[in-house]
Design a protein around this ligand. Structure first.
Ligand code: PEP
Ligand code: CO
Length: 457
């Protein structure tokens, strides 16, 4: 309690902040001053709502589906692109809802996922050393020195594009686009046209059809909000602390006075590289009420993770902490069981979520960064099996994925899946600004695989 009382939104500045751009001081002050007067992107009430949903997922009464681009790009902020990624997530959610028999909480890596941690501050391009690209909210991917300077104006642009993205997401979530009828129709088309359309997939599609018909037949109007609308939430890595601080707001409607919310997105997560107990990211995030994700990769110390969780969630609030594990296929068996045992033993309530992407990066023959469908699936299988044997609830999954691009179609960034993409095919449509993403077809195929793991019949 005492630590909470002494928190201020700028206190993180007294700690070491890793992975921050070298912002020019004057321009940074101008940009953050403007941002701190602009409206919040999300409302505190929505944040509380998501936290309540996640509390249910931690108990096994709901399931979290989180996904989107590794790194959003300013130039890809268009209606067709936003729509196509939303579409994939909704299709996956419908499949998982039917299989698991519980509500699926839909959280995009979207409307603010513009800042990237990098393994090195500089990179060599054609023999020239340049500052690394740190996401569109910092600098440009273009390979020249001027383009790679950190520009605080980009935080403002990121804010406005996040607002534009959210505006469209809200319209699609409520305007009928996301109705179960539509989502079902898309899934039927997918199952019909894809080599994945096996008996299980067809079975799920048929089951949704029957349910909708049944409801119509007994006079339940399927144009009611539960069928016609969806709740969709946003999330991103809370990496650039000047931006996050500028969007922190005290909620005047809150039943408890003096509580702060990170209003840049509903759920904020802490990356695997910035979760130091005495670091600036933990210092900032412990003071906002949002549900928090924390990535945990192989390089961790269990006692340290427990301390960080206690610091972020001193009152053991349900729904506050999601541990997003990203160990890699073949490693999950080594790292997950002791972590689950320790967290359970310490009595800390967390939602267990598997990110099967970040522990499975490999270099393809062409030099591209890629991931194999088989490795992603293997880590997921390990995660579900281990949660089962350790008595933990496997409460969610976290993906890097993207919908069909309006100009270039399905990306070819991850190998494998029914279409049989191999290393040689990657250059056909390799577009990512950072890590390789599953394309729409691979994502749906993955959802059917997960459906088999969680099916409740
Ligand atoms: C990410 O989610 O894009 C990311 C950088 O993850 P991690 O912190 O787990 O490496
Ligand atoms: Co990534």
């Amino acid at each position: 309690m005492t630590t909470q009382n002494t928190w201020t939104k700028s206190l993180w500045k007294s700690k070491q902040a890793l992975q921050q751009p070298e912002w020019p001081v004057h321009e940074l002050r101008e940009a953050t001053e403007l941002l701190s007067h602009l409206p919040p992107l999300v409302a505190a009430g929505e944040i509380r709502e998501l936290k309540a949903h996640l509390a249910k997922a931690a108990k096994g009464e709901a399931f979290l589906l989180q996904g989107g681009d590794c790194s959003e790009e300013f130039l890809r902020c268009t209606a067709p692109n936003i729509k196509s990624t939303l579409k994939v997530l909704l299709q996956m959610a419908a499949i998982l809802t039917y299989a698991g028999g519980k509500p699926v909480i839909k959280v995009g890596r979207i409307a603010g996922q513009y800042a990237k941690p990098r393994s090195s501050p500089t990179e060599m391009i054609n023999g020239v050393e340049l500052p690394s690209y740190r996401g569109d909210m910092c600098n440009s991917q273009e390979a020249n020195l001027a383009a790679r300077q950190a520009d605080p104006q980009r935080m403002l642009k990121g804010y406005y594009l996040s607002a534009a993205t959210l505006n469209l997401l809200r319209a699609f979530a409520q305007g009928g686009f996301s109705s179960l009828h539509n989502v079902h129709k898309w899934n039927q088309e997918f199952v019909k046209n894809s080599p994945v359309g096996g008996s299980y997939e067809q079975g799920v599609a048929r089951q949704i059809e029957r349910t909708l018909n049944f409801m119509e037949n007994i006079g339940i109007h399927t144009d009611m909000p539960q069928i016609k609308e969806v709740e969709f939430f946003t999330s991103h890595e809370a990496l650039f602390l000047d931006y996050e601080e500028s969007l922190a707001r005290e909620d005047s409607e809150d039943e408890v006075r003096g509580r702060w919310y990170g209003c840049s997105g509903h759920m904020l997560w802490i990356g695997d590289r910035t979760r130091q107990l005495d670091g600036a990211h933990i210092e900032f995030l412990r003071g906002v009420q949002n549900p928090l994700g924390m990535k945990v990769g192989p390089a961790h110390e269990i006692s340290n993770i427990l301390e960080v969780i206690r610091l972020l969630n001193p009152n053991n609030e349900e729904g506050r902490m999601t541990l997003i594990t990203r160990f890699g296929a073949g490693k999950v068996e080594q790292y997950l069981p002791p972590l689950i045992r320790a967290v359970k033993g310490a009595g800390l309530p967390v939602l267990w979520c598997c990110d099967p992407m970040h522990g499975n990066i490999r270099k393809a023959l062409s030099g591209c960064k890629t991931r194999s469908f088989e490795d992603i699936l293997a880590e997921l299988k390990g995660f579900f099996a281990i949660c089962g044997s350790e008595g933990a609830v496997p409460g969610g999954v976290h993906f890097e994925l993207t919908g069909r691009d309006e100009k270039t179609g399905d990306v070819t960034e991850c190998t494998g899946g029914a279409a049989g993409l191999s290393d040689e095919h990657l250059l056909r449509n390799y577009c990512t600004a950072c890590d390789p993403r599953l394309n729409a077809e691979q994502s749906l195929e993955m959802a059917f695989k997960i459906a088999e793991m969680i099916k409740n019949d």
